[in-house]
Design a protein. Structure first.
Lengths: 156, 250
């Protein structure tokens, strides 16, 4: 995860911005916001973000949502810098965030896509239906025990 | 607007970007035409990955070349001879076997190419390569699985897949006619070729498919902007809207 020591009030504000595809988690938890800087001399906020998936249709929307939220709090001059390095990874999701996903019905990423838990009955006896799901970050699975289909958040 | 690319690293990277966007467009054509709903979604997802990859690559190209043009300019304002994609990816979607074989031959190439670019001195390119490799993994597993199933499937699926292999293999030779730019930016061109050959041969032979000898193609190199006739038709569709309405905004 990232250091959030400085500008704590701004980090708190951006925690109010939900992921547009998975509203149960916010952009800070998702790890896309890497750095926030306040430049009082220029009356400006600089937010550094990193994309999750290169083809994520929400990529542009992230920027708009961040700008909009800061505006709501009276920060009208916001610059957004997109940076690829270090590379975003699902390893940045905390256990707490992963539990939120599971509760929401999305099986959280596990290293190497090895043990995939069914969010409905918590069985690990599951099978892949398709590597590609309803969003670029998810795969389709089904549970061999409760027979329910579910989404799995791919490990990146 | 005449789009020119001066910087030598940008000239190298634009080949990867063009290859991604053209293949992305070919797969986008499959949207709503997949054999099953899951496959339709899979091909569209891979297409999205390729567009995203191209977008990031064009941003690097633009930056290296003094930010004179945007990714949209590169994609929508260049003609056939100004595109530098490999010919393999502009080949049309003749049938599902063509779509899968083309993707597989491309993925094996892209996988090794981006692995070598992990060591790039350009931090953005190295970072992007790391990201791209995670995405290619899914596409690669998907196609390899299909090659196995089609090759070992019915008589008809085997016949069609073998025919796609025979046809598309013609467009492979040029990948390995490396020039000075390739030698400068890839870590090891010979390894790129060797890895490709080994992986493709392994998967084809485990799928009961043959790699027949191909007659050399009398077409000049993609690195100089030469193409098969298909790219013009592809561009005319892809570029129609921005050409017709140059002031249109997303």
């Amino acid at each position: 995860m990232v250091e959030q020591k400085e500008y704590g009030h701004l980090w708190e504000i951006l925690k109010e911005v939900p992921d547009p595809e998975i509203p149960v988690i916010n952009l800070v938890e998702l790890g896309v916001i890497r750095k926030i800087e306040e430049r009082p001399d220029q009356d400006k906020i600089i937010v550094t973000i990193t994309p999750t998936y290169t083809g994520c249709p929400a990529k542009k929307l992230f920027n708009d949502l961040i700008v909009e939220k800061l505006k709501e709090h009276g920060y009208n001059n916001v610059d957004i810098i997109s940076q690829l390095h270090p590379v975003w990874t699902t390893d940045w999701l905390s256990e707490e965030t992963k539990n939120k996903l599971l509760k929401e019905g999305i099986s959280p990423p596990t290293p190497g896509d090895k043990i995939i838990t069914c969010p409905h009955c918590k069985s690990v006896n599951t099978k892949v239906v398709s590597q590609f799901g309803s969003t670029p970050c998810q795969s389709l699975y089904s549970c061999n025990d409760c027979k329910e289909p579910f989404n799995y958040f791919k490990c990146y | 607007m005449k789009i020119t690319i001066e910087n030598s690293e940008a000239k190298f990277i634009v080949r990867l970007a063009d290859t991604s966007v053209i293949l992305g467009q070919r797969l986008a054509e499959m949207c709503s035409k997949g054999p099953t709903l899951e496959e339709d979604i899979a091909l569209s997802n891979i297409s999205l990955d390729l567009f995203g990859r191209a977008d990031e690559l064009y941003k690097i190209v633009a930056k290296l070349d003094g930010d004179k043009f945007t990714p949209d300019d590169y994609v929508f304002r260049r003609n056939e001879r100004e595109y530098y994609n490999i010919k393999l990816v502009e080949q049309p979607n003749e049938d599902f076997a063509y779509v899968i074989v083309r993707q597989f031959l491309h993925d094996v190439y892209a996988k090794e190419a981006f692995t070598q670019l992990l060591n790039s001195e350009n931090k953005e390119l190295a970072g992007l390569s790391e990201k791209v490799l995670k995405e290619i993994r899914y596409s690669y597993i998907h196609c390899k699985d299909w090659i196995n199933r089609l090759g070992l499937g019915t008589e008809e699926s085997h016949k069609r897949t073998q025919s796609a292999v025979d046809h598309l293999m013609k467009y492979v030779e040029e990948l390995f006619n490396f020039d000075a730019l390739d030698k400068k930016y890839f870590v090891d061109c010979e390894k790129l070729k060797a890895t490709w050959n080994t992986e493709v041969d392994t998967v084809l032979s485990e799928s009961n498919l043959k790699r027949n000898a191909v007659a050399p193609l009398s077409m000049r190199d993609f690195r100089d902007g030469f193409h098969s006739e298909h790219i013009g038709h592809l561009l005319s569709i892809m570029q129609y809207l921005p050409r017709a309405y140059p002031d249109a905004k997303w």
